[in-house]
Design a protein around this ligand. Structure first.
Ligand SMILES: [Zn+2]
Length: 367
């Protein structure tokens, strides 16, 4: 009998109300002019790729194919005070004033619709709820299924579809309100988590490990040399990879860099900025479902060794709805107790059996 762990998946429909539609006229201003001139130069019609169907696709798959041991709970909205642990008050006031409006926030295509501010508050608050569930012992691990994503959001700037840095808000809450002395953030999204790196750049109590496709891929940061400063020097670990790197490279980085870093750092909690855009379907990298399962298995084992299994996933990117939803389900399966498969071994037993079956056919006949 396979053992089953209690896992809580957090989902809240308020996050579906973030739906920027670029056809709708936005607040007039310099930003609108600049973004529209950029978009008009693209040649092909541009749609906002970070849309509500990302979350509903995940929810639908988990309803059709439930994972035993995984239960759903609603999220909650983050307060201004919780957000202010990682964003400046002037930035928060600017965003909170846009409640009920449509506007461009940044030239790198971050926009809001009337429901976006609440959606972003709920995304950050739901990441907090997922951390609280694990710290208070209600589940060994949890997954905050949130959008808009967070890891590109900087203390004073919305970027790359991100408004508030959800994982950073959750880490700061664990550290400042829940008694975690050291928090480790593992970011496996295909893009570098520039915002998370910025927020904890000089902070020795938060170790950021980020594996991603190397610059000049968006956002252009995340080189090896970016290791943090001051007391935080050495607690920022980047692993930039070439395009199309896959399971073998990711797993080697996990075993050879992430595991020793965690053993040195001794975290009280491990958070994962889980983007599913490294999957082959999203065309930037070459990670498979088995690869995501194996990475989850390593993190689960590490969390059990270091911090009583406390492991919290926070959704980041992933734009192909099939690999996004299947990827999330794959992770939940491992969290709930399924043994992760060994990547690259699928079908090998069948090939060996087929080879044995056919072998006699190729023996030279004696004449
Ligand atoms: Zn991404």
């Amino acid at each position: 009998m396979s053992k089953q762990n209690r896992v809580i998946a957090f989902y809240d429909e308020r996050m579906l109300a973030h739906e920027p539609d670029i056809e709708v006229p936005f607040l007039p201003g310099r930003m609108d002019k600049r973004v529209r001139s950029l978009l008009s130069g693209l040649g092909v019609p541009w749609k906002y790729p970070e849309h509500p169907a990302r979350l509903t696709a995940i929810r639908r798959l988990l309803e059709l194919e439930p994972v035993p041991g995984v239960i759903f709970e609603a999220g909650m909205a983050a307060t201004r005070e919780q957000l202010a642990r990682v964003h400046t008050l002037s930035y928060l006031d600017h965003i909170l004033e846009l409640r009920g409006e449509s506007a461009w926030l940044d030239v790198d295509t971050t926009a809001v619709s009337p429901g976006s501010v609440e959606a972003a508050e709920v995304a950050a608050g739901t990441a907090i709820a997922a951390v609280e569930a694990v710290i208070k012992g209600r589940a060994e691990s949890s997954f905050a299924l949130v959008r808009p994503p967070g890891h590109h959001a900087e203390p004073v700037r919305a970027r790359g579809f991100c408004l508030f840095n959800n994982v950073a808000v959750a880490a700061a809450h664990a550290h400042q309100a829940l008694g975690c002395e050291r928090v480790m953030i593992v970011d496996w999204d295909a893009h570098h988590g520039n915002g998370t790196q910025d927020i904890f750049w000089a902070d020795p109590d938060v170790l950021c490990f980020d594996i991603h496709r190397a610059a000049p891929f968006y956002p252009g940061t995340g080189s090896l040399e970016e290791i943090g400063v001051g007391l935080g020097e050495g607690t920022n670990v980047n692993v930039p990879l070439p395009a199309d790197a896959g399971d073998t490279a990711y797993l080697e980085a996990f075993r050879d860099i992430l595991v020793p870093a965690a053993e040195w750092f001794k975290p009280d909690l491990i958070l994962v900025s889980a983007g599913f855009d490294p999957h082959t379907h999203d065309l930037a990298m070459n990670v498979s479902y088995d690869g995501f399962a194996a990475m989850t298995g390593i993190l689960q084992e590490l969390a059990r060794q270091q911090c009583e299994g406390r492991l919290v996933f926070v959704l980041e990117g992933g734009y192909n709805l099939i690999s996004l939803s299947r990827g999330v389900r794959t992770v939940l399966n491992v969290l709930a107790g399924d043994a992760p498969p060994q990547p690259g071994r699928r079908g090998i037993a069948e090939v060996k059996a087929a080879a044995a079956f056919h072998r006699d056919a190729f023996v030279n006949k004696i004449t």
